[in-house]
Design a protein around this ligand. Structure first.
Ligand SMILES: [Zn+2]
Length: 374
C-alpha cells in the first residue's frame, strides 16, 4: 500500500481547465500575482492524445506553494469503472514506479482536496457547456466524481511557447515494441501493425478514414533511418520530409533512447499478452497490457543545447475486468485467424503495410519522403 499522503491542496487555490479525457480532467494552477488568461491556443500542446479541450480564464491572486510548480492537477470523473485515486496511486507506486527511473515517468502524487473543490469545478464545467466554452461537445454531460476526496499532482509536460518560442512537445504511444508472443511463426506484421490493418479494413468498409502510424519496431531499431521513418507519423512532425530539421532532431532523440529501451525490456519481462494473457472472466491486473498502451511525452527545448525531458504517462494499471480479458484474447484470435499477421491477402491495399517485419516494404512505399504523412 502507498503510505498516506501528507499533501493537501490549500483552500482557495485557483485552477484553469486545461484538458480532459474520458476519465480525468486536467487543471493548471494559476500562478501567484497573475491575472492569467490562458487561451486555448496557449495550451494546445496537451498532455495526451486522449485529452482534448482548451482553456478558460480564471483570475485570482493566490500564492501557489513551490511544491505545485511544474505540476498539473488531475481530477477524477465519475465513470463506470470507478477505480478511485487512492487505488490508482497505490498501483502506480507499487507496480509502475519500481520499473522506471523517477525522471522517466509522468509522476503522480496523491493530494487531498478541499471539500468544496469538486462541486465548484463541476459548476465551472457546466458553465462552460452553457456558455459555448472550450469544453469539447463530446465531453459534455460528464463530471467529476463527488465521492473522490483526492486529486493527483502530475508532472506538467506542456510547453509554454511564450517562455521558449522554439520549444515543442512530441507525444505518441510506443505500443508493442516486441512481437506478440502468440503471433504465428514467420509473421510479416507485428501486433500493432496487424491490428491497425485489421481496423483499417473495417474502416474502409464503413467509408471511415483509415489510420496510418509508425511500426513500433522502427522506434527501437538499430538503424537510424528506421527511427526517422517512424517520426513521420508523430503528430506535429508529419508535414515535412525526412530532411526536416525538427524530424531529424526527434529521430536523434529517439534513436537508442534509454527510456524506450527500458520500456521494451519491461515488455519483454511482462509478456502475458495475446493468447498468453489473462483468461476469460479474469479481473486481474494486467501490467503487461498497461506497458503496451502508455504515452511517451518528449519536451524539446528550442535551444538544442538544453536538456530534453522524456517521460512516460498514461500508466494507470489496466485490469481484465469488464470483459476486457476476453476482448484482448478474442482480438488476438481474430488477428491470427484472419491472417492479419501475414500479408498474403489479395487485398492490394494491404501491400501498403508500414510494418518493419515486411522485408519488401520499401518496394511499395518509397523511402519515406513524405509518403506517410497522411
Ligand atoms: Zn509493425
Amino acid at each position: 500500500m502507498t503510505k498516506p499522503s501528507l499533501l493537501q491542496l490549500p483552500p482557495g487555490v485557483q485552477l484553469v481547465y486545461l484538458a480532459e479525457g474520458g476519465a480525468n480532467v486536467i487543471y493548471r494552477f494559476v500562478p501567484s500575482t497573475s491575472h492569467l488568461a490562458v487561451k486555448k491556443d496557449d495550451s494546445k500542446q496537451l498532455l495526451s492524445s486522449s485529452h482534448d479541450g482548451g482553456g478558460v480564464t480564471v483570475t485570482t491572486l493566490t500564492t501557489i506553494p513551490p511544491i505545485f510548480r511544474g505540476k498539473l492537477l488531475r481530477l477524477r470523473k465519475q465513470t463506470a469503472s470507478n477505480i478511485n485515486y487512492k487505488e490508482i496511486a497505490a498501483n502506480f507506486n507499487t507496480k509502475i514506479r519500481p520499473l522506471f527511473h523517477a525522471d522517466e515517468l509522468v509522476d503522480q502524487t496523491l493530494i487531498r482536496l478541499p471539500d468544496d473543490l469538486i462541486p465548484h469545478c463541476n459548476q465551472l464545467l457546466r458553465a462552460e457547456e452553457r456558455n459555448g466554452g472550450s469544453r469539447p461537445a463530446k465531453r459534455h454531460g460528464s463530471y467529476l466524481a463527488l465521492n473522490e476526496p483526492f486529486g493527483l499532482l502530475i508532472t506538467d509536460m506542456t510547453v509554454f511557447n511564450d517562455a521558449d518560442p522554439g520549444a515543442r512537445l512530441a507525444e505518441f504511444k510506443p505500443k508493442w515494441l516486441l512481437q506478440s508472443p502468440s503471433a504465428p511463426i514467420g509473421a510479416e506484421r507485428c501486433r500493432t501493425c496487424a491490428l491497425r490493418e485489421m481496423k483499417n479494413r473495417e474502416a474502409r468498409g464503413l467509408g471511415v478514414k483509415e489510420s496510418r502510424s509508425f511500426c513500433p519496431l522502427d522506434l527501437v531499431s538499430e538503424r537510424f533511418d528506421d527511427v526517422l521513418r517512424a517520426t513521420a507519423f508523430v503528430r506535429g512532425y508529419d508535414a515535412g520530409n525526412d530532411r526536416d530539421r525538427d524530424r531529424v532532431r526527434l529521430a536523434e532523440i529517439l534513436f537508442r533512447n534509454s527510456t524506450l529501451r527500458n520500456l521494451q525490456s519491461r515488455q519483454k519481462t511482462f509478456r502475458e499478452v495475446g493468447l498468453l494473457g489473462p483468461v476469460e472472466g479474469s479481473r486481474e491486473d494486467s501490467l503487461d497490457m498497461t506497458l503496451r498502451d502508455c504515452t511517451m511525452f518528449i519536451k524539446i527545448p528550442g535551444n538544442e543545447s538544453e536538456p530534453v525531458e522524456i517521460r512516460l504517462g498514461d500508466l494507470d494499471l489496466k485490469t481484465g475486468a469488464g470483459g476486457k480479458a476476453q476482448y484482448w484474447r478474442d482480438l488476438e484470435r481474430q488477428l491470427i485467424d484472419g491472417g492479419w499477421y501475414c500479408t498474403s491477402s489479395s487485398d492490394s491495399s494491404q501491400k501498403q503495410s508500414e510494418c518493419a517485419l515486411r522485408s519488401s516494404r520499401d518496394e511499395f512505399n518509397g523511402n519515406g519522403n513524405g509518403v506517410y504523412s497522411t
